[in-house]
Each structure stands twice: as C-alpha cells, then as structure tokens.
Design a protein around this ligand. Structure first.
Ligand SMILES: [Cu+2]
Length: 493
C-alpha cells in the first residue's frame, strides 16, 4: 500500500493542490459497523483499596479480521483499562514494564508533582516497576495516560499505549448526567493508523524522513477503542461520550451524519458552565471533550470526521481524495432500562480568572521546521528553521522556564509552519485569546492542550511543584514534533 513515505513533497504543499491522496484506505475497506465497540475494562480505584496495577506489555491484536499483529497495551493487547480515580483519594499505582524497551507513564491532565508526572526523566526500564502514589485533588474530568520516553513516545503510542482516566468528584449524580459506564457513559478513543495488507501497523523511528516528522504520522484508517468502524448500542436517550483524540498528529473534525446538534459539557480540565450546543467539533491530538448526544429519536446515526482543516488538501480523509467526510463509528439506539432523558441546563462554572493578576508573560514560538518561506517565519527571521521552541531543540539537561508555585502566567503561543496542539504538564490553563479573539464557549473552560493555528494567549495556573530532577514538560502533542525536539521543560517552586 502506498503511504506518505513514498511521497516526496517539499514546502508549499499546504494550501496548494497536490493530488497525493488517492491512497487513503478509508474505513470502507473492512465491512463497517459489524464490530461492537470494545469497552475497556473499568478499574475503579476506590473498589480495590486505592491500589491500581498496570503492566506494560506487548500483545497481538487484529485490526483486520484473521490478521493479528504486534501491538502494545496496558494490561491488555492494545490500549488499556479506563481508571476511575476519586477526588481526595491517594492512589498507589504500580506500573510494571514487561516490554523490551524503556517506557514512562505520563498521567496527562492529572495535577500531581513533577516526580509523579511520568515525564521523560522517569524511565521505567524493562523488567522494572514504578510505584507513584497519586493524590487526586482536582474536579471531575476525563484525562488519559500514555508513554513519554524521549525519542520513542510517538512509536509507543502508535503501537497501542494509551488509556483513559476518569476523575470522579461525585458531581455526576447531582448534575443528572449519564454516568453508567459502558451503557450511557462511553469512552471513545479515536486514532488513525496505516494498516498494511498483512494487518500490521508499522512505525519505525529510524526510517522517518523529514516529511513524516513535519506532518506527523497520519494513517488512512480510523480506529475507535482499537477497532475499525465499530457500532455501539446505546439507550434511546441522552448518552455521554468521553472523546479522546489519541492520534499521533491528526485533528478530527467530528459531526454526526444527520447533522444533529450535540452538546459539549466538559473540556480537558472539567465541566463547562453550561452545555454548549455544536454541530461539529474539532479535536486535536491529546484533547478531550465530553459531549452529550440525544438518541431519543431511536434512529441509528454515524459519527464522522471531515478534512483536517489545518492540513489543506493533505488533510482530506475520503478514500477518493475528495473533501467528503468518512464514518468513524455508528450508534444504534436500543431499548435499555438505563436512560437519562434530558440535557441539563447548567453544569459547573469554572471560576473567573483574570490575566491582570498574572505574575509575568512569556512567549513560546513553536517551529516544526516546515516551509521556511511562510510569512510567519519571515516575521521571525532571526530564528533558525529547526524543530523546537524559541529557536531551541529540546535538551533534557536544560531547564527552560522557572515558575513560582501558586502564581499564574500568561503564555503567548505562536505556531510556525502549521497548527500545533500545545500541551502543558502539571498545570491547567484558560484560553485568554485564540487567533486574536476570545475563546468560543466550548474552549472557555480549563484546558491542558490547545490547538494553535497562529497565535493563542493562555493563562496558566501553577499549583504543582517540580524540581530540576523532575521538571514538567510543555510541548507540541504532534508526537513526531515532540520526539524531534518541539518540547521544553519548566520547574515550579
Ligand atoms: Cu507540532
């Protein structure tokens, strides 16, 4: 099968018409909607004495029926459990690495000190075990966990390492939200993969060329919870989807094929003030949105994704290279005793924050080394074209930023060459402005990842400590960019 690696494309692709997309497999290849949506095992920490064990393993998983292939997972052949953590608890995690390579486990979005964050310093070597105790001290939110070993993060996630975390603070019942796991509260982990004719997924760090790195790994086939084009039976009422984009690079443009309105109730860091009605939702790598969908009409409907707006012609997803949408998965309402009938009017308003109280302001220029002739680069002509932040590639020995515990700062994020999903560890932030305007309602709550096309200002709240030995990362969540050096580190004391 033809993949992007066979193409030779230089700068100037974005926005120009290059007919390179005839090779997309799309999801029409395997018979769609025959596979039930896999529901990852739920581990409720409170039901097992606040002790959770994960084993990082290699396994075999068949993306294509009858063609199992090598994958990685957390205590599973691919992906991992959904872990429910409760606010106020201290949870003993045990992470055993049964791979033959070093890994780390980063709790993405969890507010814990640097020494528990699972960044690239915290390598778990083969055969070794890591035992952090995580104090859960944040409101309800959908988070996730994934590897973070520098230079191998992209490959390990591509091979299957990703799991979801639900932080529970007891507010679900009070708000009347769907909350029965696997029935009307569903984890929806969306990724894309290039699957070869023998059923294998291939990711070799040592053969990545400049283009693979510049665009990130983008596959022709979309998978949800590890399978192609699944179907979920749902109660004929309001259902909560916990959407996670765990792709290496692709932004998904999600909508339902009947163009129905659905409601965003939470972003990365927790609930919004009220449900935000939308018909389409952009979700970039590492972002999460909780949405409510009303299936009361009893009609089956497909969730679909459209062209990645940030990638021009190259971002198209239809097998024929057109700007059409392709199906991600299908929902089929079926009678069920568990049923929530209405979308609540109000949720939980995040506190008001003001950048007036920010301790300082910093600028971060994210450069993927792509298309050095673009105007943004000319605006920063003093900066060499490299993959890095503020002209520097990641150096694990270098602390880039020192922050003060208990303060906030305004960070101005500038993207060069293409849109970058910017993620900050160990802190949550609010978007002050994005592309020169106040954030739309669904982006106005607490976030840890933001897709920056040109420029965004974020107000970051630093409430977790991090030392030089175990600093926090900030980086682009296009994993090939991150591995190539689009990352920095900060301490907080
Ligand atoms: Cu990037």
């Amino acid at each position: 099968m033809l993949t992007r690696r066979n193409f030779t494309i230089g700068c100037g692709l974005l926005g120009s018409s290059v007919a390179v997309l005839g090779a997309r497999l799309g999801i029409t290849d395997p018979a769609p909607f025959n596979t039930p949506l896999p529901i990852p095992k739920l581990i409720d920490a409170a039901k097992q004495a606040s002790a959770v064990a994960l084993k990082v393993i290699s396994g075999r998983h068949a993306f294509v029926k009858g063609k199992p292939t090598l994958t990685y997972g957390y205590s599973a052949p691919i992906l991992g459990p959904v872990i429910r953590l409760h606010q106020g608890d201290a949870v003993e995690m045990t992470v055993e690495n049964a791979l033959d390579v070093a890994t780390t486990v980063h709790w993405h979005g969890l507010l814990v000190p640097g020494y528990n964050d699972g960044g690239p310093q915290q390598l778990i070597h083969p055969g070794k075990t890591w035992r952090p105790v995580l104090k859960i001290d944040q409101p309800a939110a959908t988070l996730w966990f994934h590897p973070h070993p520098h230079h191998d993060t992209a490959r390990q996630i591509y091979m299957g390492l990703a799991g979801m975390i639900i932080v529970d603070d007891g507010s679900d019942a009070r708000l009347g939200l769907p909350r029965t796991y696997g029935i009307d509260d569903l984890p929806i982990i969306i990724q894309d993969r290039t699957i070869d004719s023998d059923g294998s997924i291939e990711y070799e760090n040592n053969t990545l060329n400049a283009l693979d790195i510049a665009y990130g790994a983008r596959g022709e086939t979309i998978i949800v919870n590890g399978v192609i084009a699944p179907v979920a039976k749902v109660p004929p009422g309001v259902v909560r989807l916990r959407l996670l984009n765990a792709a290496n690079a692709q932004n998904f443009e999600l909508r339902f094929n009947d163009k129905r309105t659905f409601y965003v109730i939470a972003s990365d860091g927790g609930f919004l003030a009220a449900p935000v009605p939308v018909k389409q939702l952009t979700i970039s790598p590492a972002e999460r949105f909780e949405v409510l969908v009303d299936f009361a009409d009893g009609k089956a409907v497909a969730l679909e994704t459209g062209p990645d707006e940030e990638m021009g012609v190259f971002g198209r997803v239809a097998p024929d290279g057109s700007a059409d949408y392709v199906a991600v998965m299908r929902f089929e309402p079926a009678p069920n005793t568990t049923i929530v009938k209405r979308v609540p009017k109000r949720l939980i308003a995040p506190p008001l924050v003001s950048s007036a109280s920010a301790a300082r302001r910093r600028q971060f220029i994210l450069d993927s080394g792509l298309c050095a002739s673009r105007p943004q680069v000319n605006a920063h002509a003093d900066m060499p074209a490299l993959i890095g932040i503020n002209g520097k590639s990641f150096d694990i020995e270098r602390i880039d930023v020192e922050t003060k515990l208990g303060t906030t700062e305004v960070w101005e994020i500038v993207s060069i060459g293409m849109a970058h999903p910017f993620h900050v560890h160990g802190a949550l932030f609010r978007i002050v402005s994005i592309e020169g305007a106040p954030p739309p309602a669904h982006l106005a709550g607490w976030k840890d990842t933001v897709l920056v096309e040109d420029k965004a200002e974020i107000l970051v709240a630093f409430n977790q400590p991090a030392t030089r030995e175990h600093p926090f990362m900030y980086h682009c969540h296009i994993l090939e960019h991150e591995d190539a050096g689009l990352m920095g580190q900060y301490v907080c004391a």
